[in-house]
Design a protein around this ligand. Structure first.
Ligand code: MRU
Length: 355
């Protein structure tokens, strides 16, 4: 299963087989320090997700699933009734961490299914723990393979010598490994295409400047950093051939919910006739919700008032901190998934893809 066709150089989240713990790189410390966090406690993993030590839609889904499996082993000395009460409580704690990324709910629903099947089949606690571990590892492996496959589809859309603009971090650090938007770049690069990347810094917490730049430099892919407000001018100057971003949720109508600032990039791309691609595994596609059901996360305004640990304005000034925005389907050229490239009309074609 793990015979990957490309090098896997960065793991964001993984399973420690010997300790049965979920481990992740603390992305808050990057690019200056590579700290690793391992835990068996759903509360600790939930905190890591809320505080964005682990972030990116697929990565938080994988981390939450592994956290449930890890906790199952930790409490496998309890009797059945106590065990199931505790494990369902753990799922709830993880469920209530971040509201927008679909992958979190998608992964936890899979874990819930295992729990409910196990209750019905009257499996003993040890058997349930093994089943939860198997499912969580499957979710993690599927994420890596989805990224590789969507990378292969997406690379066909990347011309040789292209300059790609990306936003936030949709790389290995936002997934189990490999990345979505950056997965496309990786495959194009491994296939010998001489691409260049323009990365937006991505205020307020600078995932572009801290994480995307770090990943691309590690890979050897040429990257140039810009501030978020340079996007329009850089596109107008003709410096961008295509845009590739990730997604936190794609609704059944084809609305793309992604890091705040994505919508402005899509508008600018449309105006400048630049293709705007979204790379996401099908675990990000939410056919059950329409755009009006989606909750856009609002985070602590201090993230806006500060850069890293320093206030850059008056500490008491009101600030808005929407974490995500909504890009309309008509601004999206295509959605790149592991099952193929989806073109408009998205409402019809997403349904077909997942049927
Ligand atoms: O708030 P974050 O850092 O979790 O937001 C992440 C993004 O918006 C990414 O672009 C998105 O999750 C796609 S990741 C493959």
């Amino acid at each position: 299963m793990n015979n990957y066709p490309y090098p896997i150089k960065i793991r964001a989240v993984w399973w420690d087989e010997s300790s049965k713990e979920v481990c992740c790189v603390n992305t808050k410390k990057l690019p200056f320090e590579e700290e690793i966090i391992c835990s068996k406690e759903p509360g600790r993993v939930a905190k890591a997700i809320i505080d964005m030590e682990i972030r990116g839609a697929p990565a938080i889904g994988v981390a939450a699933a592994l956290a449930v499996a890890s906790y199952a082993y930790k409490i496998s000395n309890l009797n059945r009734e106590e065990f199931f009460r505790e494990i369902e409580n753990a799922v709830n704690i993880l469920w209530n961490t971040r509201p927008t990324a679909h992958n979190l709910f998608w992964a936890l629903k899979r874990m819930k299914r295992i729990i409910h099947d196990s209750i019905e089949k009257r499996l003993d606690v040890k058997e349930v723990s093994v089943k939860l571990e198997e499912e969580a590892i499957k979710i993690m492996d599927e994420d890596i393979w989805s990224n590789i496959r969507l990378g292969e589809y997406g690379a066909q859309l990347v011309p040789d010598n292209a300059t790609i603009l990306t936003h936030c971090n949709a790389g290995a650090l936002a997934t189990a490994a490999f990345g979505t938007a950056e997965g496309v770049m990786r495959v194009a690069w491994y296939k010998g295409k001489k691409i260049k990347v323009i990365a937006t810094e991505t205020r307020p917490v600078l995932q572009g400047a801290r994480l995307t730049v770090w990943e691309l430099v590690k890979e050897g892919i040429p990257v140039t950093l810009i501030t978020d407000n340079m996007v329009g001018y850089v596109m107008r100057k003709g410096l961008v051939d295509l845009v590739i971003v990730g997604a936190d949720r794609i609704t059944k109508e084809g609305y793309v919910i992604n890091k705040i600032g994505t919508y402005m990039i899509a508008l600018s791309a449309k105006r400048n006739n630049t293709p705007f691609y979204v790379a996401a595994p099908t675990s990000t596609i939410d056919l059950e919700s329409s755009i009006n059901d989606v909750v856009i996360e609002e985070r602590n305004p201090d993230e806006v008032r500060r850069v890293m640990d320093r206030y850059i304005t008056l500490p008491e000034v009101p600030a808005l901190n929407y974490a995500f925005d909504i890009t309309d389907p008509d601004l999206v050229t295509a959605i790149i998934t592991e099952k193929g490239i989806v073109k408009p009309p998205f409402d019809e074609n997403l349904k077909k893809l997942l049927s």
